[in-house]
Design a protein around this ligand. Sequence first.
Ligand code: DGL
Length: 288
Amino acid sequence: MSAILPLYPLENPMPKASADAPIGIFDSGIGGLSVAQEIANYLPNERILYYADTAHVPYGARDDQNIRELTAHAIEWLYRQGCKIAVVACNTASAFSLDYLREHYGENFPIVGLVPALKPAVLQTKSKVVAVLATPATFRGKLIKDVVQRFAEPSGVDVITVTCLELVPFVEAGLQNSEQCKKALKKVLDPVIAQHADYLVLGCTHYPFLKEAIQQIYADQLTLVDSGFAVARQTARILIKNGLLSEIPLQHEIQLMCNVSGHNAHTLQPVLKYLIPEKISWSIHDVI
Ligand code: DGL
């Protein structure tokens, strides 16, 4: 791994955030909203500040250093907004950035990351073949290699890794149920079925938004798993450990403020309307 210079020396640290500060969530784009929703449902007293780096999405084909730098910028933005914790709701960004970020911010700003949910798939597969669909960058990272070694190899489960760079742009454009998207899914998943995989790990936070399309094509041939709920539980654990869990009810309203770096809040408005359930109140803004 090449060295990274601290982009923002912590000479001027933020005051320690209190429990009523928002949870910061970051993704390259709007995919991390699949995680934000799990957190909102699990922790309904929390305010959520979401940052989507839509000026640079997709991250999947970028190089390691570039992903690390873009992630550092995004997390620093959430830190300077006064968030109490940051959730890197992106497998690609997590793959290259978690150690660096944790070292950089230390105890002052806890960082939660994610890795494809291979463990539940390995524990439940009957065919002993599971597939992981993620970006090429995620498969280059150490986190996925670690979970394959820890969970799949000792259980004798074969892991098929597949990538498809077309999928993230379909979700960003609100085209996740389109015929073109289903065609792309078939191209990447038909070979997985031919190799007898019965579980598909959605190793990118954009992919839970493809569940409907995948289920329409493969019905019950593939059981789908993702990391969203586990990340929500982990976020709660870390907030409790740090005395940062909000106890003030938000008048029955989960609040999600989505900020985008690509000056495309206006274009994304109708896409988000479709992706975010009605019970969550949200707004979307361009970051200037
Ligand atoms: N949501 C990101 C992930 O979980 C998408 C990657 C991308 O931007 O290509 O990996």
